[in-house]
Write a protein that binds this ligand. Structure first.
Ligand code: SF4
Length: 471
């Protein structure tokens, strides 16, 4: 399960803005590992450097020293819409002269095709296959006179998830969609302003957190300071997976430290699904904190049963089917000394397709575990995500096709327990109505998404796709 991007922006005259952005992108690397890029402006023109790979592979002294200016934006990408190619790497620079913008996007726009057709009819051309270019051209196509109004025009037309940093020759903007699906925060460094997907990026560059950028808000940063423009929104829909898995445990979102939320998820799992066992372990790294929480609440000793090889990146695993099949073995090595003859509780963040979990269970059993009890922080995922999370289509989601006992048997565990939705909300300790829970409930914040899902299902059923019955 993958999220789609990390974004960062800084307005800091007289600072090395490219280098600040480079270090901030390091902290956001977990949000996307396919490509990275930085754009800067010196007030006269926009410059951009992007390439495929990790931040550390993309940039060196040479490339950073060519990026000068007072403002910078940066991006780390995992592609959900638009293939993983250099042309789709961000930031994108779109437009010309004083009408040019650089843009970096985290999210997924669902009415892209319609907007793309409309913009093409008006003569706009597209060189990438990303929804980000659609957003940029929509902003440029606006009849409004100033940038804030142009962005607002685009916001009224866009449907879906978008946290954005946008740069003109002399403005930096931070924009968050009206649902607030993806996080975005505002910080300060030596009197200058920064914008980041997560607060951990601020910590890394020595910036202090000021506040979240609110759903539906445009933050404008110029030499005159910071201005905010906001329209009230009816419904919020922050992706709950930011708390379960995506965001780093040292980030704070809505005043809640992710590490604490994950500890509480483990405690909730121990309360909802107790079991007699000898050892608790969290699948590293995303479920480490939840494993600790389970151990605290159950008084079952905590241990490490799997060691993670942190240097096996997605780009390495992807290209070769033989290596991809090895997958879990390359990523984890079990510790027979810890596992031999023991009843083990294994806490993990989620089960999506059910392709990885059986391999983990098998690895633990082969290493000598007598029993394996899977405990999962996410409730069963029964519906796909249209908000930019590369999850699976509905018929690929194991919980939409099988009951929990059937999933337990399929993954080869002795028992299986998911945290309930109420247990998850209790662990996060924030109001339920600020979250998107659509992949558990099917209650999509944007009705058209459900329609799209139904339509896709009907089409697949008509085509006789296995496992899909006409609704
Ligand atoms: S559907 Fe699930 S993964 Fe997608 S935004 Fe909503 S909570 Fe997040």
């Amino acid at each position: 399960m993958h999220e789609c991007c990390g974004i960062f922006g800084v307005y800091a005259p007289n600072e090395d803005v490219a280098r600040l952005t480079f270090f901030a992108l390091f902290a956001l690397q977990h949000r996307g590992q396919e490509s990275a890029g930085i754009a800067t402006t010196d007030g006269k023109k926009l410059q951009v450097y992007t390439d495929m790979g990790l931040v550390s592979q993309v940039f060196n002294e040479d490339s950073l020293s060519q990026l000068s200016g007072d403002i910078a934006i940066g991006h780390t990408r995992y592609s959900t819409r638009g293939s993983s190619r250099i042309v789709n790497a961000q930031p994108l620079v779109v437009g010309r002269g004083s009408n040019a913008i650089a843009i970096a996007h985290n999210g997924n726009i669902i009415n892209t095709e319609h907007l793309c057709e409309e913009l093409s009819d008006q003569g706009y051309t597209f060189r990438t296959s990303t929804d980000t270019e659609v957003i940029a051209n929509l902003i440029l196509s606006s009849p409004e006179k100033n940038w804030v109004e142009k962005i607002r025009y685009a916001m009224h037309r866009l449907q879906g998830a978008y946290s954005l940093v946008i740069m003109t020759n002399n403005h930096l903007f931070g924009v968050r969609d009206p649902f607030g699906v993806r996080p975005l925060c505002l910080g300060s460094i030596d009197g200058s302003r920064v914008i980041a997907s997560e607060s951990c990026a601020l910590d890394h560059i020595g910036a202090s957190f000021i506040r979240e950028i609110e759903p539906g808000e445009i933050v404008s940063i110029t030499e005159n300071g910071v201005d905010s423009y906001r329209e009230e929104t009816d419904r919020r829909a922050l992706c709950i997976f930011e708390y379960i898995y995506f965001a780093r445990p040292d980030s704070v979102i809505n005043s809640r430290l992710l590490y604490s939320a994950r500890l509480a998820m483990g405690e909730g799992l121990a309360e909802e699904h107790p079991v007699a066992a000898d050892l608790v372990m969290g699948v590293p790294d995303s479920a480490t904190a939840a494993g600790i929480g389970y151990s605290h609440r159950s008084n079952i000793p905590l241990g490490e049963g799997l060691l993670k090889n942190r240097y096996v990146g997605r780009t390495f695993i992807e290209p070769d089917q033989r290596i991809r099949d090895l997958g879990v073995k390359l990523k984890f090595n079990p510790l027979p000394l810890m596992l031999g003859g023991k009843r083990v509780v294994v806490v993990d963040d989620s089960i999506v397709r059910g392709t990885t979990t059986p391999k983990v269970v098998q690895l633990l059993k082969r290493a000598g575990a007598k029993e394996v009890h899977m405990r999962i922080c996410a409730p069963p995922i029964r519906y796909p995500c249209f908000f930019g999370v590369d999850m699976a289509t509905r018929w690929e989601l194991i919980a939409s096709q099988k009951t929990i006992p059937q999933v337990r048997d399929f993954i080869g565990a002795d028992t299986l327990g998911h945290l309930s939705i109420d247990g998850l909300i209790k662990a996060v300790a924030l109001p339920k109505n600020i979250f998107c829970l659509a992949c558990f409930t099917g209650d999509y914040p944007i009705p058209v998404q459900l329609e799209m899902d139904k339509l896709a299902l009907e089409t697949m059923a008509q085509q006789g796709h296995p496992g899909i019955k006409p609704q």
